[in-house]
Design a protein around this ligand. Structure first.
Ligand SMILES: [Zn+2]
Length: 125
C-alpha cells in the first residue's frame, strides 16, 4: 500500500469503530467511549508500525497477527458489526478495503512473508 492507502485504511478502521461504539455504547458524533477510544488508538498505532510498511496488507488478510489476543477479538467483533453498515455509509471506502484484502491474499499466495519483509526493508534503505 502507498502512504495514501495507509491513511485510508486508518480512516476506515476508525470509522468502523465509531459505528460500533455509537450503536453499542450509545456515544454520539465524534466521541467514543473510553474502551473504544483505546482500541482506536491501538489500531492506528499498529497500522503505523506494521512490519510490511507501505506494502501493508489489510489486517484481516495479514499473516502476522500483531494485535494482542484481546484486541484482536475486539476488532473482529467491530468488523463483524460494522462491515455491512460501513458499506451503506461509505461504499467506496468499503469496496477499496475489501479489494485490498483480496489483493493481499493474492500476493501472499505467491510470496513468502519472509521475502515480503525483506523487500520492504530494502525499499526503506
Ligand atoms: Zn464504545
Amino acid at each position: 500500500m502507498s502512504e495514501k492507502h495507509i491513511q485510508r485504511e486508518k480512516a476506515t478502521i476508525a470509522k468502523m469503530i465509531r459505528i460500533y461504539c455509537h450503536a453499542k455504547h450509545g456515544t454520539k458524533g465524534k466521541s467514543l467511549c473510553a474502551a473504544c477510544k483505546q482500541l482506536e488508538e491501538y489500531t492506528q498505532l499498529k497500522t503505523d508500525n506494521c512490519v510490511f510498511g507501505t506494502l501493508k496488507p489489510a489486517c484481516s488478510g495479514c499473516p502476522i497477527h500483531c494485535y494482542s489476543k484481546e484486541n484482536r477479538e475486539k476488532i473482529k467483533e467491530v468488523m463483524k458489526f460494522s462491515g455491512w453498515r460501513m458499506f451503506f455509509l461509505a461504499p467506496r471506502a468499503t469496496i477499496l478495503h475489501f479489494s485490498n484484502v483480496f489483493r493481499t491474499k493474492k500476493i501472499l499466495k505467491k510470496k513468502k512473508v519472509k521475502d515480503i519483509i525483506r523487500e520492504v526493508k530494502q525499499t526503506k534503505k
